[in-house]
Design a protein around this ligand. Structure first.
Ligand code: SAM
Ligand code: SF4
Ligand code: F3S
Length: 470
């Protein structure tokens, strides 16, 4: 069992006091200072940005989307692929202009990229207009770090803690709407050979069931109808806690919370998904019958090189077991094309998995070498152009499968949660099915936040179209 470090309530209270001290300074001004929070990466970062916004609100900031107007810009970054990092550097570079026009502007780089030492060095040499750099493990100390910068005025870099902690009772300002993220665990212990996440997010740390259930009750009381439980591998929830809490048990507890809401979760690692999880999904009526089960590759040699902990046959057996328990389950996955040393024949095993499983949708990536991960040092003889050809082959196969699966919905009745507006005048509302498929429909804005039964009238590769009952 790994060492689990929880931040003491006194230390959290101190951060909240510092937020109050900063708020008092801002309250003396005629208008509140403006903050902009720019978020890259996965849902985990979206959830962290809600904490950042909560702290900023408590410090007396109002919010803006304008970089020129902002007194404080916080860029919450992602390190998972090179193009994610390049986008951040491009946008940070462009801020030299806003800072020149407004020298008192504070620029903060945080999140997964910021945890890497190479990033702090690059800021030091080439991005000197960045004032504060801190990794995900220091997020709970945002008020203290900002106050230190405001009083000392030198650049601050805080990336010292490699493993991470659990910090409870932090503020949060949720993005409006009936759906919410809820982090149940932080970090990852799996060290897939291609992945930077365990290096920047630290070791697995589970939040206690008490804290999670309190958050669920609060969200439901706030009118939230769709809660997505977040962790890099939710199936290992509880391993670091005393007692017998595991993910299936946690799902049962959340399912028992009164209210009309849906429970989703991501991500499930195939090596830890079990029949017990599937039985629990069946038994819990609030749990969406959707499984995001990233396979990454279809060839067993490549999977072993990736350190994924399962073979092609084991993955297919798991899918068969999930379908035995839930014949209509929606299945989605992540795929990496062109892992170092993957041959075309091995890549074709990935196509074979796609044909056998017939996923509803995929998130697909070309391998991106991440410094510090074992895969970045492997020989990688296949050209980028060749990988792109494989990638395009995979996409056209999957697009056909997604279209076919979506067409099968036409004429059926689905229970959907209407969760927001679109820019499309014909279909101004958007919604999700239980399985997480995007639905577009006509109707009044007042329906946002409602579950309704609709008839699916049309379908494309990416979405379904529905009609409200007359
Ligand atoms: N924890 C999740 C899991 O094990 O499935 C995945 C989290 S990761 C943030 C999301 C996805 O990014 C991965 O499933 C993988 O497909 C992709 N990914 C991670 N590292 C990558 C890399 N070096 N190159 C390309 N894609 C990568
Ligand atoms: Fe990365 Fe693997 Fe952990 Fe997922 S399970 S975050 S892919 S190391
Ligand atoms: Fe997520 Fe990117 Fe970090 S995918 S965990 S924000 S590296």
């Amino acid at each position: 069992m790994s060492k689990r470090k929880e931040v003491s309530p006194e230390l959290i209270t101190r951060q909240r006091e510092i937020a109050g001290e900063i708020q008092a300074i801002h309250a003396a001004k005629t208008t509140p200072p403006l903050a902009l929070v720019d978020t890259y990466g996965c849902q985990q970062n979206e959830a962290d940005s809600e904490t950042i916004r909560g702290y900023l609100r408590d410090m007396g900031y109002a919010f803006t989307q304008s970089e020129a107007e902002a007194d404080l810009i916080i860029i919450n970054t992602c390190a998972v692929r090179e193009n994610a990092e390049n986008r951040v550097w491009g946008n940070v570079g462009a801020l030299t202009h806003t800072k020149k026009a407004k020298p008192e502007q504070i620029i903060v780089l945080c999140g997964c990229m910021a945890q890497q030492e190479s990033v702090a060095k690059k800021v030091e040499t080439s991005f000197r207009h960045v004032d504060l750099v801190f990794g995900p493990h220091a997020l709970w100390r945002l008020p203290e770090l900002l106050q230190k910068f405001m009083t000392e005025q030198g650049r601050i870099v805080e990336i010292s803690d490699p493993d991470g902690v659990i910090a409870e009772n932090l503020p949060s300002l949720r993005t409006e709407g009936p759906s919410a993220w809820l982090t149940i665990m932080y970090g990852c212990n799996n060290f897939c050979s291609f992945c930077i996440v365990p290096h920047v997010r630290g070791r697995e740390r589970s939040r206690t069931p008490e804290h999670i259930l309190a958050d669920v009750r609060r969200l439901v009381a706030d009118g939230v109808k769709d809660i997505t439980l977040l962790g890099q591998n939710v199936n290992s929830y509880g391993h670091d806690l005393d007692g017998n809490a595991d993910f299936a048990w946690l799902l049962q507890q959340i399912n028992a919370v009164p209210g009309d809401f849906r429970i989703r979760f991501m991500t499930s690692h195939p090596k830890d998904a079990s029949e017990r999880l599937f039985e629990t999904m069946v038994a819990c009526e609030k749990v969406a019958k959707h499984l995001h089960l990233p396979v990454q590759a279809g060839n067993s040699r490549v999977l072993a090189e990736m350190n994924r902990g399962y073979t092609k046959a084991q993955y297919l057996a798991l899918i068969a077991a999930a379908r035995k328990h839930m014949p209509n389950i929606v299945l989605t996955s992540d795929i990496i094309v062109g892992f170092p040393g993957e041959t075309e024949a091995e890549f074709e095993d990935t196509l074979d998995v796609l044909e056998q499983v017939r996923f509803d949708a995929l998130f697909t990536f070309i391998f991106s070498p991440r410094t510090g991960t074992p895969a970045a040092d492997l020989p990688d003889p296949v050209t980028r152009a060749e990988k792109q050809r494989w990638f395009d082959r995979m996409l056209s196969l999957q697009n056909q499968i997604s279209t076919d699966r979506h067409k099968a919905y036409i004429g059926t009745t689905e229970r959907i949660l209407i969760d927001g507006k679109t820019d499309d005048a014909r279909y101004p509302l958007k919604a999700r099915t239980d399985g997480g498929r995007l639905v577009r429909l006509a109707g009044d804005e007042s329906l946002i936040g409602e579950f309704v039964d609709v008839e699916i009238t049309d379908a494309s590769t990416w979405s379904l179209t529905a009609q409200l009952p007359l």
